[in-house]
Ligand binder design. Structure first.
Ligand code: UT7
Length: 325
């Protein structure tokens, strides 16, 4: 029994923050950001748009694309590191906003790999036979955890959401393989130090700006290339495929230089990699479903082709999904 991607949809907020406008906030330049990352602009959610609102807009589009009724959905997974609040889950908040039945809802935290982890989990839950129709979402309001005085991080991220309807019946691309992993040995490479049980909010934590995202960019860069290459190779091998069998790669949209290095190491032509990070920056768990939706809308996929979705993120986590279109 294979999971089928019945429909996909995405949403990004209206407000565009381009590199020029950003260079008025912190000491940076359009040239530095473009040449070091490939990013030209990113979307920023309004103050009255929490993550659940971004998710809601994406979910409605995915439901429409899948041509299903909302009462068919019996499982909701929201991948996010920027939930509306620590609890209840953004998935529960979304359930009410969408007017769904009293179905299973939970958030999944695997940072930028969260959407692909959620596909892996949803596939297992559908395969159990206890669930029939999963709404899987990657949604982030990264602007809410960025330090807008730290030029080494605030230029990299953006807000948005992508959603997919996954079922075991009907027509659509097949999700045929999954490979997820993690290495928790060095959590401080990319983290939000305060606000959890280790360091609850205090005047000192706020003064030290410890509720914002902190990152060792250079180390994350090196790990990203290594683990995405490894996850892709392992996924292909487990499914009896070679890198030359791959028609499309949708990588996590963090930095065009990471994508270029990965393409080189995998010896897969760069033209097979879909990139939209120039317009969105890194939207964390939302990056893959937004890119996937845009690629679908451009009509890039042909029936029978093979696609790899691959991501890495804080944790460190990684995950890869194999698709047969
Ligand atoms: O989803 C996972 C999330 N994270 C990532 O994917 C990030 C992975 N890492 C990266 O993408 C890259 O490491 C960065 C884009 C973050 C940084 O690029 P880099 O080529 O590794 O630059 P660097 O950190 O070595 O910085 C080079 C210089 C430094 O100046 P000095 O020390 O050489 O004088 C930085 O202070 O660039 C400076 N710099 C900036 N200059 C202008 C750092 N950020 C900026 C900036 N504007 N925004």
């Amino acid at each position: 029994m294979k999971s089928i991607l019945r429909g996909i949809g995405s949403y990004v907020p209206e407000k565009i923050l381009d590199n020029k406008e950003l260079s008025l906030k912190v000491e940076t330049s359009d040239d530095w950001i473009r040449t070091r990352t490939g990013i030209r602009e990113r979307r920023i959610a309004a103050s009255d748009q929490p993550t659940s609102e971004l998710a809601l807009n994406a979910a409605r589009k995915a439901i429409e694309a899948a041509q299903i009724q909302t009462d068919q959905i019996d499982l909701v997974i929201v991948a996010t590191i920027t939930p509306d609040m620590a609890f209840p889950s953004t998935a529960c908040i979304l359930q009410h906003k969408l007017g769904l039945g009293k179905v299973a809802c939970f958030d999944l935290e695997a940072a930028c790999s969260g959407f692909l982890y959620s596909l892996d989990v949803a596939d297992g839950m559908l395969a159990s036979g206890r669930y029939k129709c999963a709404l899987v979402i990657g949604a982030e309001k990264m602007s809410s955890i960025l330090d807008w005085e730290d030029r080494t991080t605030c230029v990299l991220f953006g807000d948005g959401a992508g959603a997919a309807i996954i079922m075991t019946e009907g027509v659509g691309p097949n999700l045929v393989g999954f490979r997820s992993g993690a290495d928790g040995s060095n959590p401080s490479l990319l983290h939000q130090p305060a606000g959890g049980s280790k360091q609850p909010a205090s005047i000192a934590s706020i003064e030290n700006r410890e509720h914002f995202l902190k990152m060792n960019g250079k180390e994350i860069f090196k790990s990203a290339v290594r683990v995405m290459e490894k996850a892709t190779r392992e996924l292909l091998k487990a499914n009896g495929l070679e890198t030359q069998d791959v028609d499309h790669v949708i990588p996590h949209q963090a930095n065009v230089r990471i994508v270029e290095s990965m393409a080189q190491r995998l010896e897969i032509p760069l033209e097979k990699f879909f990139c939209n990070l120039d317009r969105h920056g890194n939207t964390s768990a939302a990056s893959i479903p937004i890119a996937f939706d845009e690629a679908c809308q451009r009509g890039l996929f042909r029936k029978g082709e093979i696609g790899v979705l691959v991501a890495f993120g804080a944790g460190l986590t990684w995950s890869a999904t194999l698709i047969r279109f």
